[in-house]
Design a protein around this ligand. Structure first.
Ligand code: S3P
Length: 451
């Protein structure tokens, strides 16, 4: 996996006329949850369109290590789950590689069991805060052994009878919400999560689909109260995973920035908790046509036709952040080519992603000649539509810090910059979007890995 793999730099150069129709691989959030819930439910779960990135494969391995039977037949992943409450003790540490979602959700899922489970990951994951998940688990009676600052490696051991809690999520985080709910699956009584700011709702929707007794109430201020009755039965499902809007963001912004482009991206998940980038790009003047909006497996899905357009800077509404939290790096690239200033606020969560994305983006922009100001939780970018003077100085490269979205964002920048843009490592793109290079070059993008 990405542990210790030799870094492979890559370079993107000014391109013209991106053209074609592409289908984006499956959504990462839904893919993780498909493996987890399928691995837990009784009976058979069949999944098509699963993202086969390293992050998701690691979640599949963890579920296998805890008793799920997982195999692939043609395009379909077939899982025979253990039954809720019947995971087995893993006999080795669970290695989640680069994946915060796999790791944090599984901590909730298995942490409350009356046996020990150990969690490890790569250098990026090992530097990320786990206290946000460990604290509610402690309240439920879980014993935690963790490295200083509640970092990996972590060992959890649940009590014989976990205590149901009411937990108000202190930051906008779908991972924290989900970890508590998943812990609630093996806890007697009602586990309640209060979510002051709505984040992606895949856990709630999918658990209900698997048969969990779960209710959601939203008050006049938009505060959501999610109640889950523990120790109920989950039953295997058939799932078609829609295309990942966070991966879509890269060809989408590339087509907007590269003159002469006209591309169509098919089968994109349009769940409103995930579409903040599209709204923001439309505010900036992007030409994005939403074709054939439809429902597929309980989710909104559409095709997107995207043509080149000149952008103008905007102030991004702060309350939109949770619906585009993974998209700020690529939005910052779009902003670098927009006329005027783009102001992004409320970005504190970016500091604890696969890298400190706020500083990784600001440093990369500066290296490539873009004017920007990094605040504690904000970024202001002053753009230049012609990309004149942009590019990586000879012998230098953008530092990606094991972060796939930093690598892909700056490679997109290189397609519209005057001079080529080089990133120091492209190997970790495989964690979320292994098809990225082929898909982009197939549209006409000039990207190559350096030999
Ligand atoms: C995810 C939640 C988000 C997001 C991550 C996927 C999920 O993380 O950044 O890529 O699938 O629940 P946070 O919960 O830390 O915001």
């Amino acid at each position: 996996m990405s542990h210790g793999a030799a870094p492979k730099p890559a370079t993107a150069s000014r391109s013209e006329n991106l053209k074609g129709t592409v289908t984006i691989p499956g959504d990462k959030s839904i893919s993780h949850r498909s493996f987890m819930f399928g691995g837990l439910a009784s009976g058979e779960t069949r999944i098509t369109g699963l993202l086969e990135g390293e992050d998701v494969i690691n979640t599949g391995r963890a579920m296998s290590a805890m008793g799920a039977k997982i195999r692939k037949d043609g395009d379909t992943w077939i899982i025979n789950g253990t039954g809720n409450g019947a995971l087995l003790a893993p006999d080795a540490p669970l290695d989640f590689g680069n994946a915060g979602t796999g790791c944090r959700l599984t901590m909730g899922l298995v942490g409350v069991y009356d046996f020990a489970s150990t969690f490890i990951g790569d250098a990026s994951l090992s530097s990320r805060p786990m206290g946000r998940v460990l604290n509610p688990l402690r309240e439920m009676g879980v014993q935690v052994e963790a490295s200083a600052g509640d970092k990996l490696p972590v060992t959890l051991k649940g009590p014989r009878t976990p205590a149901p809690i009411t937990y108000r999520v202190p930051m906008a985080s779908a991972q924290v919400k989900s970890a508590v709910l998943l812990a609630g699956l093996n806890t007697p009584g009602i586990t309640t999560v209060i979510e002051p700011v709505m984040t992606r709702d895949h856990t709630e929707k999918m658990l209900a689909g698997f048969g969990a007794a779960l209710s959601v109430e939203t008050d006049a201020e938009g505060v959501r109260t999610i109640r889950l009755e523990g120790r109920g039965k989950l039953v295997g499902q058939t799932i078609a995973v829609p295309g990942d809007p966070s991966s879509t963001a890269f060809p989408l912004v590339a087509a907007i920035l590269v003159p002469g482009s006209d591309i169509t991206i098919r089968n994109v998940l349009m769940n409103p908790t995930r579409t903040g980038l599209i709204l923001t790009l439309q505010d900036m003047g992007a030409d994005i046509e939403i074709l054939e909006p439809r429902l597929a497996g309980g989710e909104d899905v559409a095709d997107l036709r995207v043509r080149h357009a000149e952008l103008k800077g905007v102030t991004v509404p702060e309350e939109r952040a949770p619906s585009m939290i993974d998209e700020y790096p690529i939005l910052a690239i779009a902003a670098a080519f927009a006329r005027g200033e783009t102001i992004m606020n409320g970005l504190e969560e970016l500091r604890v992603k696969e890298s400190d994305r706020l500083s990784a983006v600001a440093n990369g922009l500066k290296l490539n000649g873009v004017e920007c100001v990094e605040g504690e939780a904000s970024l202001t970018v002053t753009g230049r539509p012609d990309g004149k003077g942009y590019g990586t100085p000879k012998g230098a490269s953008v530092r990606t810090h094991l972060d796939h979205r930093i690598a892909m964002s700056f490679l997109v920048m290189g397609l519209a910059a005057e001079h080529p843009v080089t990133v120091d490592d492209a190997t970790m793109i495989a964690t979320s979007f292994p098809e990225f290079m082929d898909l982009m070059t197939g549209l006409g993008a000039r990207i190559s890995t350096d030999s």
